[in-house]
Design a protein around this ligand. Sequence first.
Ligand SMILES: NC(=O)c1ccc[n+]([C@@H]2O[C@H](COP(=O)([O-])OP(=O)(O)OC[C@H]3O[C@@H](n4cnc5c(N)ncnc54)[C@H](O)[C@@H]3O)[C@@H](O)[C@H]2O)c1
Ligand SMILES: O[C@H]1[C@H](O)[C@@H](O)[C@H](O)[C@@H](O)[C@H]1O
Length: 341
Amino acid sequence: MGDLLGVAVLGAGHMGADHIRRLDQVVSGARVAAVADPDTARAREAVAGIEGVTVHADALAALDAPGVEAVLIASPGPAHEEALLAAFARRLPVLCEKPMVPDPAGALRVVEAEAGLGRRLAQIGFMRRYDAEYRRLKSLLDAGELGRPLMLHCTHRNVSSPPHFTSAMLIDSSVSHEIDAARWLLGQELAAVTVLRPAPSSGAPEGLWDPQFVVFETERGALVDVEVFVNCGFGYQVRCEAVGERGSARIGEEHGMSVTARGGARLEVPQDYLDRFADAYDREVQTWVDATRRGQVTGPGAWDGYAASVVAEAGVRSLNGAGRVAVDLAPRPELYARTGH
Ligand SMILES: NC(=O)c1ccc[n+]([C@@H]2O[C@H](COP(=O)([O-])OP(=O)(O)OC[C@H]3O[C@@H](n4cnc5c(N)ncnc54)[C@H](O)[C@@H]3O)[C@@H](O)[C@H]2O)c1
Ligand SMILES: O[C@H]1[C@H](O)[C@@H](O)[C@H](O)[C@@H](O)[C@H]1O
């Protein structure tokens, strides 16, 4: 390994371009060595001013480019499986954006491929685990101050959804964060899911079931509810309240600047995830680079990505009329024996 970890970034869209900037300007110990995007103009724009980086239309060509020692996958979810398996074949450590692989069968193939290597190479981009507020809530729950957790009440609102967004993506793209956060905060698997939907908002694109209300039952009898509303129009709001037998704790309320002007006061609300979770993404990628340089994987892994896909797919079946759907996970390979891996 050189002085700086050489990273290939696959996908130079919203997330990929932001990660390229982060690797180049924020994170220490790494450099962008290669970028792949079928839209090569977009890739070139994302690396403008960065030296020593090669641009590729094909993702696999970027993995084989000079100086590549690790991979950051920020292409759309359906492209992730091929990229993950190709990285494993080359023994390259990977940070893969969520959803790891939206289809559970593909997600299981990724788990089995990594388990077959006998060592972890993949970290999944569930960045809320690196958010300061989520970490405080996790510490509080682990310390037992709230007593046994009974419920999590979650809110996940986006100002608007991208044009390609489908009703299923409210669950397998947006709620995938709550699925991972709930599993991590509670240290339990999610055992069943029921999705309800009110009459759609008139602010949602025609045909999109937005908002939705999702209820998870955990394996030890806690409940997790999620309001997901991706065309709310007014702000990016991610909240979570944990209710235990002896207390409750709430995060996500106090973001933005408090402004007093013209005889009134207002609290500015972030408008997107890049703003709300900026520090979390920075900590996520820095931690990944540091661990990779030590030859370790410390963050959420392929099993977490797989579990999220299975739970989300059950949620999509519920959304499509199946009522309460039980979650059926494959046996957990020994490689992922420890919670959160
Ligand atoms: N962690 C988060 O909060 C967060 C936020 C946004 C997006 N994401 C995830 O990041 C990923 C990318 O989302 P986005 O919003 O940047 O999408 P985007 O549409 O803005 O960008 C995707 C880019 O990938 C390119 N691409 C398509 N197929 C490719 C392939 N096979 N190899 C390489 N590049 C390919 C596209 O041309 C496009 O430029 C998704 O998995 C998404 O769920 C995560
Ligand atoms: O891909 C994005 C991203 O994961 C965001 O964090 C989430 O708030 C959005 O709903 C989702 O569409």
